[in-house]
Structures are given as C-alpha cells and as structure tokens.
Design a binder for this molecule. Sequence first.
Ligand code: AMP
Length: 429
Amino acid sequence: MNKSTSGHKGDKPSEGKGGHRRQQTKPQKADTWSIDDFPVEPEEGKARFHDIGLRDELMHAIADLGFEYCSPIQATILPHTLQGHDAIGKAQTGTGKTAAFLITMFNDMLCHPLEGERFVGEPRGLVIAPTRELVMQIAADAVDLAKHTDLQVVTLIGGMDYQKQLNRLHNDVVDLVVATPGRLLDFMGRRDLYLDHIEVLVLDEADRMLDMGFIPQVKRIVRATPRKEDRQTLLFSATFTQDIINLSQQWTYEPVTIEIEPEHVATDSVDQKVFLVSSEQRFRILKNLLRGDDAESVIVFANRRDQVRRLHEKLRKSGVSCGMLSGEVPQNKRTRTLEQFKSGEVKVLVATDVAGRGIHVNGVSHVVNYNLPEDPEDYVHRIGRTGRAGASGTSISFASEDEAFLLPDIEKLLGDKLECTYPPQELLD
Ligand code: AMP
C-alpha cells in the first residue's frame, strides 16, 4: 500500500485541544537558488539526489552540506520511504541514516503542506532517540536540512531547560519534534504536546532504547500516534535481535527491510603504518611526509578543533597548500575546501573526525593520524578515507608516548596487531 503521505490526518481542522490556536502565516522564504547551481555528474553505481524527486528547498540544503551522491543506505531506502512506505533499517551511525529519514520527512511535509489553521503542540513528524547527544545531533542535522524551508524543528530532552522547550512548543507551530522518550512523555502528560497528527514516526537506535529499558515508554508514545496504517514508521537499529524484530512487526505496516553493513574493518587495500614518535618529532615527520612525491592527496586527522586549527596554521606557514575541515569552519567554506581538495587544487586536508566523516573522495593517497583517535571506531573511519574504489592507500599513525595507550583498543577492534616501527631517517631530517 502506498500511504504516501498526503495530509491524511491533517485534512480535518484540529479542535485545538490545548486551547492555543494559531494561524499558519509563516511567510515563504525568498530563494533565488536553482538546481543548476548544484551540478553533479551522473556516475556509474552511484545514486544522485537529483534523480529521486526531491524538492528544490531540500536540494539546496543538500548542496550546502556538500553531499553529492546518496550514501548506500540513502540510495536503498529513499525510493521506498519517499513513496510513503514503512521501513526497517539495520544501520549504524556513520551510514547517513539520519539524513535518510530527515529527507523523507521534510520532502513529504513540503510536498503536502497543511492548508488552513494549525495548532501549537501538534507536530507532523516525530523522531525518538535514546540519548540527549543523539537527539541534539539529529536536531542539528534537521535544522541544516530545513534551512531553506519554513519547517520548524523542536528538541525535547531531559536535563535541559524545560520552560524554554515549552515556550517553543507554545509559541510556534512545530513540524518536527526530536525527543528522548522520557521528556516527550512529560510534555504529553501535561497536555502540551499531542501526537495524533503525526504523519511520520522515526524510532532511531531501537536496540539501544531496548538496552536502556525505554521500551515501555516508547510503547506509550507509539500508542499516542495514529494507527500504523495511518502513519509512516521508520525504525533503525544497529542489530536485529528477536526482540527488535518483534517490535518492528508491531509498529510497522508492510515495511521494506534494509541492511547496510558497517564499513569494512581495516580494508585490505590500506597499508597501515604506525610510527613511534616523540611529541616534538611529529610536525617534522608530517612535513617531510607531505614533501614526498607519492603524497598526492593527504588527509591529516587530529582529535580536536583547536588542534586542527593550530596544525593547519603551522602547515600553511611552512608553505604547504592545505585546507581545514572542522565544526568551527562555516559550512559554505567547508564545501569550498572539499571541492578544492577533490579537484587537486589543495593537496592536504586537516580534519576532525566529525568533519572527516563527510569526506567521500576517491584517490586519497594517505591518511595521517596526527593524533590517535580516542574512539577505535574513528580509526576505522579515518583509514577508510583512503584505499577506496579499488585503489590502494597508506595510513600513517603517530603513536607518541602519551597516546600509545590507545593502540590496544584499536587492535582489538581490528582483530589484528599493528606493527609499530620507528620512522625512517629521511622523515626525521
Ligand atoms: P549518520 O549515519 O546519520 O550519523 O551520518 C554520518 C555522517 O555522514 C554525517 O556527518 C552526515 O553529515 C554525513 N552524510 C550523510 N549523508 C551523506 C551523503 N550523502 N554524502 C556525504 N556525507 C553524508
């Protein structure tokens, strides 16, 4: 069945349960952008956002974010979910699942605007996630994707100012609520939020919600939304245990099931080197490495924004053509930097992990871990930036005396020992 969306619930005017009435008089944003400003060549084996029927406002935001092609989960799931189908996705963080469900929701809301009067406290979309951090990350992604629309996103999380969250709910017509289960129930219990107009419901990291004992709360929340035949439900989980499968069956209607394997742990196509270095040697070794003929296209990872900033500055001062990607760089600048890196205009990128996740560039010859990552998963993500698309690549990790303790956990995740060597003399000169 195609429940595709349309304002099935929104067609009838609301009775205004909370007594707060508000006309939807949001002005349309002027926008001179056109899809011609976002050229992406069709490429074999890759899906473009251009070809799946997304609204221009969303395409504009996708262009600003620097995404070009759909990630595998997006390419697989969007053709179904954009049609209004339910979906169950086995996918971990880092696969692009957040953008997949947000694009689904926003495209639907934009294609089917609700006519006439709307009321506060009656969102059209709801995302539930287990932790505050995750909710905040999802909401930040939502704000980025909705930035050329009038859609309003509200975050409801425990431990933060209740009154402020309440004011948002009272003052604005809200389109999307992103929440942790407990706080959401508080607002529902006090009759400040009603879920009977929900058109799309997303349950993110369902396995973690289960582990954290949230399922009874989530059940109450789901019961407050329209019947599963009358809403679209998208459920994501990193694992599919029997419990998760049972819950998915209860909550979804004829879903498509999609499994995206996590990035390969330690690809065979990456030659992984670990150099034992002292903190003082680090910069010299990096500079010498970058001078090498084979260092055609290099991403250097550091752990924090300030480290990235300082390293970028030092490299520039010593004449290396380099760009920087971190959360403190404005998005349009990041997009430009990434383009310069892709085109070869800039040979070296210095990046944090978060910014580095968005780098999908073929032909990266080297990844340098200027610092070892604190989270072993980040090591895998980092080295996965090279050795892509059948090419081979080299990763060089600096293990200094104060960071080498991070190695055993990385090796545990890799299931392999990493050989540590002293750097060759030519890199020390
Ligand atoms: P997630 O799995 O939702 O945590 O997303 C992981 C990261 O991938 C986020 O930093 C997104 O901004 C980024 N991302 C999502 N979709 C794409 C895409 N199609 N192209 C490039 N980066 C993406």
